[in-house]
Design a protein around this ligand. Structure first.
Ligand code: PMT
Length: 226
């Protein structure tokens, strides 16, 4: 980190994994713990930023000195991130967001019907929050950063995703059932829309977070506007 280089800046970080409800007791979810996003929030606060952390279903305690907004589903996360992003210098989407949600929410618990096979589960697309943020840029000079969780062909998929989403930086990391999700360490390559590639070797999630803020700080307009 570099002292208080984010002083006067407002940054938004999303963390954790969305849950898409099927009925009052069940959901479709993912394995994100929130650790990478919380590391980003803590390190930004330590560098002087005002931090809004939009946290989806993480069991982690609120970091000191950070405004935490707790959400459940992708639509809730979108609402909270979009609201906070209106006043932000940078937005970092570290949350694992569901691409699809159940087409129907059953207001009562779905019952098992004897002798009958279950209905196939119908899904609909969720909005792509990162693509929306990248396209809208409510504040001029705002830096938008995504993560890409990939299980194979990590770099080619990451490059394609950077182009598709339209963000300034994309942090490409490999995931598996017990890889990256929930662990204290990560390893990544940060791709820039300008063609830059910054490898971050295997180490604590804080180390990757510091590198992400270094790359964001380089891209922010010179003078804080507050
Ligand atoms: O929480 P941990 O246990 O520490 O694990 C960290 C992590 C693996 C969750 C994190 O490092 C990570 O990779 N987060 C992004 C996970 C993800 O959703 O990746 P994706 O490749 O499916 O999505 C790409 C980007 O688009 C992400 O920034 C995601 O937030 C965003 N997205 C995805 C779908 C959608 N509908 N809207 C989005 O904004």
């Amino acid at each position: 980190g570099s002292g208080a280089d984010l002083a006067g800046r407002h940054v938004v970080v999303s963390a954790g994994g969305t849950r898409e409800p099927l009925d009052p007791v069940r959901f479709l979810g993912n394995r994100s713990s929130g650790k990478q996003g919380y590391a980003l929030a803590r390190t930004a606060a330590a560098r002087g930023a005002r931090v809004t952390l939009v946290s989806a279903n993480s069991a982690l305690p609120d970091p000191a000195g950070v405004d935490v907004v707790r959400v459940g589903s992708t639509l809730e996360l979108r609402e909270a991130v979009t609201k906070a992003a209106a006043e932000a210098d940078a937005v970092v989407m570290a949350a694992a967001v569901a691409d699809f949600r159940p087409a129907v929410y059953a207001t009562g618990k779905i019952k098992k019907k004897d002798d009958r096979e279950p209905e196939p589960l119908a899904l609909v697309r969720n909005p792509d929050i990162l693509a929306e943020l990248s396209a809208s840029r409510p504040r001029s000079g705002q830096v938008v950063v995504g993560f890409a969780a990939e299980t194979d062909d990590v770099l080619p998929h990451g490059r394609a995703k950077l182009a598709a989403k339209g963000c300034d930086l994309l942090v490409v990391n490999e995931v598996g059932e017990s890889k990256t999700f929930g662990s204290e360490e990560n390893e990544a390559v940060v791709l820039g829309a300008d063609g830059s590639e910054t490898p971050v070797p295997y180490g604590p999630k804080e180390t990757l977070a510091e590198t992400v803020w270094d790359l964001i700080a380089e891209r922010l307009p010179a003078a804080p506007r507050e």
